[in-house]
Design a protein around this ligand. Structure first.
Ligand code: HSX
Ligand code: HSX
Length: 208
C-alpha cells in the first residue's frame, strides 16, 4: 500500500528548495532532513501501539498508548545513508543495517554488492531507507535480501522522498503487503530512467 505525505504548503516549499538546481549542499541537506523527519514520523505512525496508562504531576491518570516493538533502519547505500540521522533523531537506540546496491546507469539494472544486517532483524519492524524510487529495482532487490533474512513483507516500511508512478506500481504489484511512504509521486521516468522533474542524483547532491 502507498501512503503519500499530506501535500501541505510547507512540504511543497521544502520540495521546491531541494529540486532547485541552484540549491547548495548545505541547504540541500538541511531541507531534505526536514522532509526525512516527516517521513520517519509518518512511518512510525504505522507501527502498532498498546494501551498504556500514566499518572500526570497533577495526580490524574491518563489513558495513553505506547510502542513496544523493536525497529531497525536499513539504508540502501549510498543515498539511503542520508536518511539515517533523521531516523536516529526519532529513535535514539535504533539499529541500522546496510545494503549496498548500485544501479548500472547503462541498463538501469541493480546489482547487489554487500549487506550487513542485525542478527535479530526478523523480530524487528524495518524502515527501509532510500530517497529515490525510480524503477523500483534497487529497493526491490533490498526487499529480497530482507525476505531471505526472514523479515515479513508486512513488517517493512519503505520510506522515500520522491517516487515515480512506475516505482510505486512496481511495489504495489510485487509486494502488496509492504507499505511505501513517500513525500511525492513525480511525473515519470526519462529515457535514462531518471525521475522527472525529480531533483537529480540525491547521493551526489547530499554527499558530493
Ligand atoms: C519511541 O520509542 C520512538 O518513536 C520510537 O518508536 C522508539 C524508539 O525509542 P529509543 O530508540 O529512542 O529509545 O516511541
Ligand atoms: C538512485 O537509484 C537511488 O538512490 C536508488 O538507490 C536508485 C533508484 O533507482 P531504481 O532502482 O528505483 O530505478 O541511486
Amino acid at each position: 500500500t502507498v501512503h503519500v505525505l499530506p501535500q501541505t504548503p510547507q512540504l511543497i516549499a521544502l520540495l521546491t528548495i531541494i529540486r532547485d538546481k541552484n540549491t547548495q549542499r548545505g541547504d540541500f541537506i538541511f531541507y531534505s532532513n526536514r522532509i526525512i523527519r516527516l517521513l520517519v514520523e509518518e512511518g512510525l505512525n504505522h507501527l502498532p501501539v498498546k494501551e498504556h496508562e500514566v499518572t500526570t504531576p497533577l495526580g490524574r491518570t491518563y489513558a495513553g498508548v505506547r510502542f513496544e516493538g523493536k525497529i531497525c533502519g536499513v539504508s540502501i547505500m549510498r543515498a539511503g545513508e542520508s536518511m539515517e540521522q533523521g531516523l536516529r533523531d526519532c529513535c535514539r537506540s535504533v539499529r541500522i543495517g546496510k545494503i549496498l546496491i548500485q544501479r548500472d546507469e547503462e541498463t538501469a539494472q541493480p546489482k547487489l554488492f554487500y549487506h550487513k544486517l542485525p542478527t535479530d532483524i526478523a523480530d524487528r519492524w524495518v524502515l527501509l531507507l532510500d530517497p529515490m524510487n525510480a524503477t523500483g529495482g534497487s529497493a526491490s532487490m533490498a526487499v529480497q535480501v530482507l525476505k531471505e533474512k526472514g523479515v515479513a513483507e508486512e513488517r517493512i516500511l519503505f520510506l522515500n522522498l520522491i517516487a515515480s508512478p512506475e516505482g510505486i506500481e512496481h511495489f504495489a504489484s510485487k509486494y502488496p503487503k509492504l507499505r511505501v511512504i513517500t513525500a511525492f509521486i513525480d511525473e515519470g521516468l526519462d529515457d535514462k530512467n531518471y525521475i522527472v522533474p525529480g531533483l537529480g542524483d540525491f547521493g551526489d547532491r547530499h554527499f558530493g
